[in-house]
Design a protein around this ligand. Structure first.
Ligand code: G3P
Ligand code: MG
Length: 255
């Protein structure tokens, strides 16, 4: 029997907006996820050179954005003029790198719940955590004041420094600690950043660890689950939510 979970958000999130059915971390991906009924997504955020957060996974150009160099070699509006879609398919040519503010505002306007993964380029942990938290707190100030926590984004990160910085700037915006594999001191680390949830790679989870995380009072989320049978197994173990790249195989109402 699992204790009541701390997870107050949807069960299935579209990873990077639209999973692998559209270019990751773009408006086109988000719209593809929405078209398939998703109203909850995970996406990645890092800082451009001018300190403006953009929706982007890699700290360098070349894989999903045509060009070369690092994300922090460019200002946000320069990145927003680059092509983040053509690598995926020709019909997405010219799809821009989204600015966090615009992307998050679109989600909010359409009732799409957001797990913002703070993905700092190395050395930019504090600035990135603070900038993302500031935007989330500003955009969701009314919901926070009203205690409408299910509407407020969840900030997650592999970087404890970034999460500490987010807490410093916006203590009321909830945080989750991301870990590929739970280390022996996972509980201490999660408490150290006042995390409400632990996000873990499902490949490294065991039923015992799942029970321990739930028993400790944390929400439990897994990334990135692409097989329905595995998703069912994880839910049986007590996992409360997960993100998926296969939004064609695992829908928003999956159970
Ligand atoms: O937030 C879960 C997951 O997205 C973490 O890994 O590399 O896909 O951002 P990554
Ligand atoms: Mg991510």
């Amino acid at each position: 029997m699992n204790p009541p979970g701390a997870w107050r958000y949807p069960r299935v999130l579209a990873h990077r907006g639209g999973g692998t059915l559209a270019p990751e971390n773009t408006m086109a991906g988000l719209v593809e996820g929405m078209r398939r009924g998703f109203r909850a997504i995970e996406y990645d955020v890092m800082l451009a050179r001018d300190g403006v957060p953009v929706v982007m996974h890699d700290p360098f150009l070349g894989r999903t954005v045509a060009g070369s160099g690092n994300v922090f070699d460019y200002d946000a509006l320069e990145l927003a003029a680059m092509d983040a879609g053509g690598w995926f398919a020709r019909r997405y040519d010219g799809e821009p790198v989204p600015l966090l503010v615009e992307f998050a505002q679109f989600c909010k306007a359409h009732g799409v719940w957001q797990n913002m993964e703070i993905k700092p380029a190395p050395g930019y942990e504090i600035e990135t955590g603070g900038a993302v938290a500031r935007i989330a707190a500003g955009m969701f100030g009314d919901e926070i004041a009203a205690g409408q926590w299910a509407a407020v984004p969840l900030l997650s990160s592999f970087s404890e420094l970034a999460l500490e910085s987010a807490r410093e700037v916006a203590p009321l915006v909830p945080r989750a600690l991301l870990m590929s594999e739970l280390p022996p001191d996972w509980e201490r680390r999660a408490h150290a950043v006042d995390a409400v949830a632990i996000h873990v790679n499902h490949r490294h989870l065991t039923p015992e660890l799942a029970q321990a995380v739930r028993a400790a009072g944390f929400g439990l989320f897994c990334y990135t689950v692409d097989e329905p049978a595995r998703a069912r197994e994880l839910l049986r173990w007590g996992v409360e939510a997960f993100c998926t790249d296969r939004i064609d195989l695992i829908g928003p109402d999956f159970s």
